[in-house]
Design a protein around this ligand. Structure first.
Ligand SMILES: NC(=O)c1ccc[n+]([C@@H]2O[C@H](COP(=O)([O-])OP(=O)(O)OC[C@H]3O[C@@H](n4cnc5c(N)ncnc54)[C@H](OP(=O)(O)O)[C@@H]3O)[C@@H](O)[C@H]2O)c1
Length: 349
C-alpha cells in the first residue's frame, strides 16, 4: 500500500501512543514524523536551524499525489535542536543523510537509554552498520523509504511517488505497527533487508542522472538519452550483484533484472511498460538535485560508491558508475544542467 498523508479524520490506532523521536527533521524525517503525529503519536523532531525555523514559523503541511493533505500548526510541533535530555522514545527514526548517520547516532547514543530502537532510513547499504558502530548500546535496525518527498516551500512537504516503508524485523516494533498503519504508511518488517536495500539502490542510481539533468523526475524519465544513462548504471550494478550472489528485491513497478531493458525502450513503449513507474508527480525530484542546488555534500558515495566498492571486492570494474561519480564530484552550483546526449557521451554509452 502506498504511503499517504493521513486525512485528519482518520481514526487513530488504539492504546498508548508511541513516543517517536525523529533525528534529522529534513524531508523524510518531517514527513514520517508529521504523518505519525497526525495519527496520534507523540513526535519529537530534532533538526537543524534552517528547518526548525521553517517549521516553527509555518508549521508542517504534508501533501501527497493522492490528494491527501495534513496540516500541523507550528505550536503543535515539538521541535528541538538536540536530543532532549531525559526523553525515552519508543522508537527513533534516524533520518539524516547517509554521511551524517554515524555522528547523529553518536549523539543519540550519548542521550538515550541503552537498548533504544533506532530505524536507520538512509538510502544506500551501510548507514545502519555505521550508526550501530557509533552507538553500540542502541539497537539500530535497517530501514528503507521507497517513496520520494520533496520540499515545496517552508514547512511544505510533498510525497510524489508510492511504495511501502520497510524495516528489519524486531519484536520491539510490533506494538507500534498499528500507528504506522494509522499514519497511512504501513511498515513492513523483513528478516533480511539487504535485498530490499539493493533493490532501492538500483533505483537510486538514477538520482545522479536526475540531479545533473536539472529536470523534474518524470520529465527526466521521459528523455531517451537520460534513460540510457540510468540503464548503463543499473546494468553494471546488476552484473556485479549477480557475481556477488545478491538478489535485489523489487521496489518499483519493474523487476530489478528488467530495469535496463525497460529503460532502453523508446519513450512511447517505455510509457506503456513502465506506466506504474511513471506515476510520479510533476513536482518530484531526487534529493540529490536539492543537495547540488544548495552546494551540500551529495550521497554519491553511498550510492554509486557502493557499486564501486562491490566491484572492488569482486576484482571487477564499474566504469560507468565511476564516471558518474566523477561527474557529480566535479559539479558546482554554477554548473549548467547536463543534456542527455552530453551525459551519454561522458559515460561512454
Ligand atoms: N527525500 C527523499 O525523497 C528520500 C527518499 C528515500 C530515502 N531518502 C533518504 O533519507 C535520508 C534523508 O534524506 P532527506 O531528503 O530527508 O534529507 P534532508 O532533507 O537533508 O534531511 C536531513 C536533515 O537532517 C539534518 N541533520 C543532519 N545531522 C543532524 C543532526 N546531528 N541532528 C539533527 N539534524 C541533523 C540535516 O541538516 P543539514 O542539511 O544542515 O545537515 C537535514 O535537515 C537520506 O539518506 C536519503 O537518501 C530520501
Amino acid at each position: 500500500m502506498a504511503a499517504r498523508a493521513p486525512k485528519s479524520a482518520e481514526s487513530p490506532a488504539s492504546g498508548t501512543p508511541p513516543t517517536v523521536l525523529v533525528m534529522g527533521a529534513g524531508n523524510i524525517g518531517s514527513w514520517l514524523g508529521g504523518c505519525l503525529q497526525a495519527a496520534g503519536a507523540r513526535v519529537h523532531l530534532v533538526g537543524r536551524p534552517r528547518m526548525l525555523l521553517a517549521l516553527g514559523s509555518h508549521g508542517l503541511t504534508l501533501t501527497d499525489r493522492d490528494g491527501g493533505q495534513v496540516a500541523l500548526a507550528a505550536d503543535r510541533l515539538q521541535l528541538h535542536d538536540a536530543v532532549p535530555a531525559g526523553l525515552r522514545p519508543d522508537v527513533v527514526l534516524l533520518c539524516v543523510k547517509h554521511g551524517a548517520a554515524a555522528s547523529a547516532a553518536a549523539e543519540l547514543g550519548a542521550a538515550l537509554p541503552p537498548g533504544t530502537l533506532v530505524i536507520a532510513l538512509q538510502n544506500g547499504i551501510q548507514a545502519a552498520d555505521l550508526a550501530q558502530a557509533a552507538a553500540p548500546a542502541l539497537v539500530v535496525l535497517r530501514g528503507m523509504v521507497p517513496f520520494n518527498v520533496a520540499e515545496l516551500g517552508p514547512g511544505r512537504l510533498h510525497r510524489g511517488t508510492d511504495g511501502q516503508l520497510a524495516a528489519q524485523t524486531h519484536s520491539g516494533l510490533l506494538p507500534w505497527l498499528p500507528w504506522f498503519d494509522a499514519a497511512g504508511m504501513p511498515l513492513a518488517l523483513h528478516d533480511d533487508m539487504l535485498p530490499l536495500q539493493w533493490g532501492k539502490l538500483l533505483l537510486n542510481l538514477n538520482n545522479a542522472v536526475n540531479a545533473l539533468s536539472g529536470l523534474p523526475l518524470r520529465a527526466q524519465l521521459l528523455d531517451d538519452d537520460l534513460r540510457q544513462c540510468t540503464a548503463g548504471l543499473v546494468s553494471e550494478a546488476l552484473f556485479l550483484l549477480r557475481h556477488a550472489g545478491i538478489k535485489p528485491a523489487r521496489v518499483s513497478a519493474v523487476r530489478p533484472g528488467m530495469l535496463p531493458w525497460a529503460l532502453r525502450l523508446p519513450t512511447p513503449l517505455f510509457r506503456l511498460v513502465a506506466r506504474r513507474m511513471l506515476r510520479i508527480d510533476d513536482q518530484a525530484r531526487s534529493s540529490m538535485a536539492d543537495d547540488l542546488a544548495r552546494g551540500r555534500p551529495t550521497e554519491i558515495d553511498a550510492i554509486q560508491g557502493e557499486v564501486l566498492r562491490l566491484a572492488g571486492r569482486l576484482n571487477q570494474l564499474a566504469p560507468c558508475n565511476a564516471r558518474m561519480t566523477q561527474l557529480v564530484r566535479s559539479w558546482s552550483p554554477r554548473s549548467q544542467p547536463i543534456s542527455g546526449r552530453s551525459m551519454r557521451k561522458f559515460l561512454n554509452l
